[in-house]
Design a protein around this ligand. Structure first.
Ligand SMILES: [Mg+2]
Length: 352
């Protein structure tokens, strides 16, 4: 088994701004594993700065790996090995996990969803399109750019949330939206007031992470009981083992592959969340079609989709799942096995 990786700069069509800062170029790391039969599996790490990850920390983790340890290991064994190397570095572990599952499902001649014993139903799963923070003018522009997509996700927690929502509604009155405050509101009372204001808009589905992840459980429980809209955990939820506490505090969870260490951790997190009665959403970072396609293979386990990271960049080198008018589809994917991803313009190599 050979492991190689490359750094990649993803260029944003529009600067991406949320409460934590602005991004013009997102640095990701692409991982390739090649097995003894020359089958190539691809994975991707889109590091999360919130968790002190960067392309450099991803590379440092990848350099610790002995690829021979991955050669005959089952996926769970491989993840135990990676967890021994570091108790953090989830986006780097995710990249390796994806590459392994890509190879294994290609060896079985199956698409990854099929390998996972899941279904992928065409025309059923619809991703939202994200609108970052910005001036009312910028927001109007971005909402216009998101015209083909039937659902928007609006980032709030900026200097003037009222102006942001008003600007969105001027361009897209009545369109279904979701809100993500990225931990910005400081007290449970302030969060409740904001959510009550949002509930006056009849087309808002839920509010993600209204308070900091450090908020005590009793405050979350207070907010959950009083909130007129469902609240979803993103920065507050990282593992399947968090689920019982999360279910007390929230109505739903945002599961991102890079946060959960890949498909394996996300499968467990989504299954545990559903079992606990939580609503589930598959989310993403700014990332290429490798990660977005990998997430789409878990679609059957998710109620909502926020898989637009590849739609916001201008130089995605890969193709896989498509999102015409927001509808996720593998019908035109370049390959039918593994993650169904290939370098843009190439069809997937078949097994020699
Ligand atoms: Mg979020």
């Amino acid at each position: 088994m050979k492991l190689s990786f490359q750094h990649l700069d993803l260029h944003l069509a529009q600067p991406w701004v949320i409460t934590r800062g602005r991004t013009d170029v997102k640095k990701v790391v692409i991982v390739e594993l090649t097995d003894d039969d020359e089958i190539v599996g691809r994975g991707e790490a889109a590091p999360i700065s919130r968790y002190k990850e960067s392309a450099k920390t991803v590379e440092a983790f990848l350099r610790k790996i002995d690829p021979q340890r991955l050669r005959t290991a089952s996926v769970p064994e491989a993840m135990v090995y990676l967890d021994r190397l570091s108790s953090h570095d989830y986006s780097a572990k995710c990249a390796v996990n994806l590459a392994l599952i890509d190879i294994i499902s290609k060896r079985c001649g199956k698409a990854t969803y099929d390998y996972l014993n899941l279904r992928f139903t065409e025309q059923k799963y619809i991703t939202s399109y994200s609108i970052g923070l910005g001036s009312p003018d910028k927001i109007r522009q971005k909402v216009q750019a998101g015209h083909p997509y039937p659902i928007l996700k609006l980032k709030l927690g900026g200097p003037d949330d009222h102006a942001a929502l008003k600007a969105l509604r001027e361009v897209a009155p009545g369109k279904l939206i979701r809100v993500d405050a990225n931990e910005a509101w400081r007290t449970k009372e302030a969060a409740l007031k904001n959510i009550e204001w949002l509930a006056n808009d009849n087309a808002i589905q839920f509010v993600e992470q209204p308070l900091p992840a450090s908020t005590p459980a009793r405050d979350w429980i207070w907010l959950k009981q009083k909130s007129p809209l469902p609240i979803f955990a993103d920065e507050s939820h990282h593992h399947a083992k968090d689920t019982n506490l999360t279910a007390l505090c929230f109505h739903g969870v945002n599961v991102k592959l890079v946060k959960m260490g890949g498909i394996t951790g996300s499968f467990e997190a989504l299954s545990a969340a559903k079992k606990a009665g939580l609503k589930t959403m598959l989310g993403c970072m700014i990332e290429t079609s490798i990660l977005i396609s990998a997430a789409a293979h878990l679609a059957e386990l998710s109620d909502y989709f926020d898989l637009d990271g590849n739609l916001l960049i201008t130089n995605d080198p890969y193709s896989g799942v498509t999102a015409h008018k927001g509808v996720l589809s593998f019908a035109n994917a370049p390959g039918k096995t593994g993650l169904c991803v290939a370098v843009r313009g190439e069809t997937q190599a078949t097994r020699p």
